[in-house]
Ligand binder design. Structure first.
Ligand code: DGJ
Length: 761
């Protein structure tokens, strides 16, 4: 609910268990009052009477004033949300003023506000597909304007009360007749209570994404960022913040935020000597430049933020539910395929999409065949995959143009007759006959110099005239600042989708940017992201059954922007189960299990060379959207039977893993083991999963109390063979936990299905 008191000019944004308040002061500036938890179920608004004492007048610390929008100019000495250059002088020029240009001073004052229910941030999906929850939400739009310069800025706050989430974005308008240069632009600024300085974020690299890091913010500035055309491996655009020692996994006040944007980004955390904390998030200031032409507008994407009193777990659950309900697109019914004859009917074939939005079990042939694909070996893999219960078969890299290895062919999106002499039709027909959907790998933003596309259009690659073009994985990046390039890629993908029964695309992107020279200049940073989003939106609008996986050398394009137009993400190229445990734990801080594609691959892992038992590999992969990446052609009948048994088990628990609330009962940092629980919101079913990461030989593991169950209900705990291992009340499980035979051996794991009994409560 949004409440405005016209007498005190105070705004209250009231969410389920939190409140955000601001006020227009006597000088018409919009100032922040407070943001924090509030008593649940209590009515009440903040009057604006109580205000922090701020040193607005102190000559050495002007900027403790909490403007909702911090602008360069006025008394700025700290980080700002917006910096603009005005190229024209006021007319008449006041006496004594020299005609210096540009004028770099923005002072915004309150003009008006409105509450609407149809507002969208910049780069919101345009594919027209619904989200699981389409209930309208209130957005507060507060218009501020510079009294002298022709710049209007509208601050937008869209409320999702159930998850205590506010999406913040800015809308800029040049109301004059000369261009305005915007030099720095974040999507919003957050003022946190003094001392909120314990930061949780993730860092990483290729094959080591999402490594959790905790730190105490210094006095000064700390940034997390990535400067490329995708979200990046090195960091991910989300954070959790709390007072040191005052929040834990399930307790304490935690602030959280994430960017709905997949390009060059920055989150900046600033702590003053006063211990005031500010956060800015949005476009990376490096090489940023936005020209706002006369009369033009610019709308930023959203900074998604929230606060809760239930620890890091409560913050994660809010982000997960928000993503499942409000971000992920809901594809329409699956493509028609022949009825399955080799396995139990389930999954995507002919399903009513709204009734089944859980991710199908994927087989991806990359690690099985790499670039050695043939029609025959893919058909053999597909037959084995279908027999063990796979629902979606994805053909990876190497099927097109001259792509016999990773040195050529990108850009030539036609089926290679060398590999598929009869096109993809025989493979797809067989996949469909087996009852599976068919998926195809693409890397649309790239071009190999050794390709017909590059030979025809070398000018289409990003470059600076007369300067070298640095290749990475033998490839260059296409200039999505050119409309003709975006159209070429859309048309190439469109022809494939029109010709073949393709239900799924794995959209890959395998390098960071270099030499970002484009026909649109510095605007390429935003234009590239808009180009990618635009192609996906057009494809999804035209093929509403299509689902998409976002991949960038593993997990380098995962954020709330891309999730608005994709269905799942490739979490990491590292499929080693124990490495994955840590990667998945970091991932789970912000993103839901529903989208976290996780494959079971070979016993001896191709990335790390370590061997893990099949049970460990499944126990870890079943924590997300289960996929298989092992070479099934190399497995014997007994092993395939084991795979089938695990997959059948996963199908029984998939709705809980992909739709339940996550509780991280034991984290790797504290226990050298990871124990998690997914619980359906009504407490009727749960999945308990424990995996030991490091040896604790000779030690029996402690019982860990469960959460989220109904204390008075009786539950049975089943293993993968549906054997009841124990029966207990919710009370017992939540006070004591599950005892077991865990012996502290590295890689030991168990996955159990907990089900409420209908009687005996
Ligand atoms: C990187 C991806 O992460 C892999 O899964 C695979 O698709 C390769 N690219 C193919 O080149």
């Amino acid at each position: 609910m949004i409440h405005f008191n016209p007498d005190t000019r105070t705004f209250n944004l009231i969410l389920h268990s939190s409140v955000y308040a601001m006020q227009v002061d006597s000088k018409d500036r919009l100032v922040h009052l407070v943001w924090g938890p509030r008593p649940v179920g209590e009515e009440g608004v903040l009057s604006g009477r109580l205000r922090p004492t701020l040193s607005d007048h102190a000559s050495f610390e002007f900027q403790t004033r909490r403007d909702e929008l911090l602008t360069f100019g006025d008394t700025t000495t700290h980080e700002v949300t917006l910096k603009a250059n005005f190229a024209t002088l006021p007319d008449p020029l006041p006496d004594g003023d020299a005609p210096h240009l540009p004028i770099r001073d923005v002072r915004l004052r309150y003009v008006s506000h409105e509450i609407v229910t149809d507002a969208q941030p910049g780069l919101a999906p345009a594919h027209g597909l619904p989200t699981a929850n389409g209930e309208p939400r209130e957005t507060l739009r507060i218009q501020l304007a510079d009294p002298v310069q022709p710049l209007t800025v509208t601050l937008c706050y869209r409320l999702t009360p159930a998850q205590d989430i506010i999406e913040r974005w800015l809308e800029l308008e040049n109301t004059g007749d000369a261009p305005i240069e915007i030099e720095q632009l974040f999507f919003g600024a957050l003022h946190l209570p003094n001392g909120t300085t314990e930061l949780t974020s993730v860092s990483g690299a290729w094959a080591q994404e999402f490594q959790t890091q905790w730190e105490r913010l210094p006095i000064g500035r700390r940034v997390i960022e990535h400067r490329s055309l995708q979200t990046g491996h090195a960091a991910n655009p989300f954070f959790l913040l709390n007072r040191p020692g005052q929040a834990w996994e399930e307790h304490g006040t935690v602030y959280f935020g994430a960017l709905a944007y997949s390009g060059s980004w920055q989150l900046s955390f600033e702590q003053f000597h006063s211990t005031d904390v500010r956060v800015h998030g949005g476009y990376h200031p490096a090489d940023f430049g936005l020209t706002l032409a006369a009369g033009a507008q610019h709308k930023t994407p959203a900074l998604v933020c929230g606060v809760c009193d239930e620890g890091w777990g409560g913050a994660s659950r809010r982000l997960h539910a928000f993503t499942r309900e409000r971000i992920l697109p809901v594809a329409v019914a699956g493509v028609p395929a022949a009825p399955p004859d080799t396995h139990e009917k389930s999954g995507t074939v002919g399903r009513p999409a709204a009734a089944d939005q859980f991710r199908p079990i994927l087989y991806n042939s990359w690690e099985a065949t790499y670039f050695g694909i043939t029609e025959q070996n893919q058909i053999e893999l597909a037959q084995k995959a279908a027999a063990i219960g796979v629902e979606l078969f994805c053909l990876d890299d190497g099927w097109f143009g001259g792509r016999r290895f990773d040195v050529a062919g990108l850009g030539d999106w036609t089926v290679s007759p060398d590999v598929f002499p009869n096109g993809l039709e025989p493979l797809i027909s067989e996949v469909n006959r087996l009852g599976m959907d068919f998926g195809l790998w693409v890397e649309p933003e790239m071009v190999n110099p050794d390709s017909d596309l590059y030979r025809a259009h070398p000018e289409w690659a990003l470059h600076f005239p007369g300067r070298p073009r640095t290749e990475a994985r033998c490839q260059l990046i296409l200039d999505f600042g050119r409309e003709e390039v975006v159209d070429y890629i859309f048309n190439a993908l469109d022809s494939l989708l029109a010709q073949y029964n393709i239900a799924f695309i794995k959209w890959d992107m395998n390098r960071n940017v270099s030499e970002p020279g484009s026909v649109v200049g510095k605007a390429i940073w935003q234009a590239h992201v808009a180009g990618v989003y635009g192609i996906i939106d057009r494809l999804r609008a035209k093929y509403p059954h299509l689902t998409i996986e976002s991949c960038s050398g593993g997990g380098a394009r995962i954020d709330l922007g891309i999730l608005g137009r994709t269905d799942q993400v490739w979490t990491s190229d590292n499929t080693d189960a124990l490495d994955r445990l840590r990667i998945q734990e970091g991932f789970s801080l912000a993103y839901p299990a529903r989208v976290m594609e996780a494959w079971v691959t070979h016993e001896k892992n191709h990335q790390t060379g370590r061997s893990h038992e099949l049970s460990t590999r499944f126990d870890v992969a079943m924590r997300g959207a289960l996929g298989i990446g092992a070479s099934l052609n190399g497995l014997d009948e007994a092993e395939l039977k084991e795979y089938a048994s695990y997959i059948a088990f996963y199908k029984r628990i998939r709705h809980i893993v992909q739709g339940g609330d996550l509780y991280r009962l034991e984290r790797l940092e504290e226990a050298d083991a990871s124990t998690i629980l997914y619980v359906l919101p009504d407490g009727s079913e749960a999945v308990y999963s424990v995996v030991v990461h490091s040896h604790k030989l000779g030690q029996f593991r402690r019982m860990v109390p469960l959460r989220g169950l109904i204390p008075s209900a009786t539950y049975e705990v089943l293993d993968r063979y549906q054997k009841v291992r124990l029966t207990a009340t919710g009370y017992e499980l939540m006070v004591q936990g599950i005892s077991g035979d865990e012996d502290g051996r590295s890689g030991y794991g168990r996955t159990l299905h907990i089900r409420r009994l209908e009687t005996g409560d």
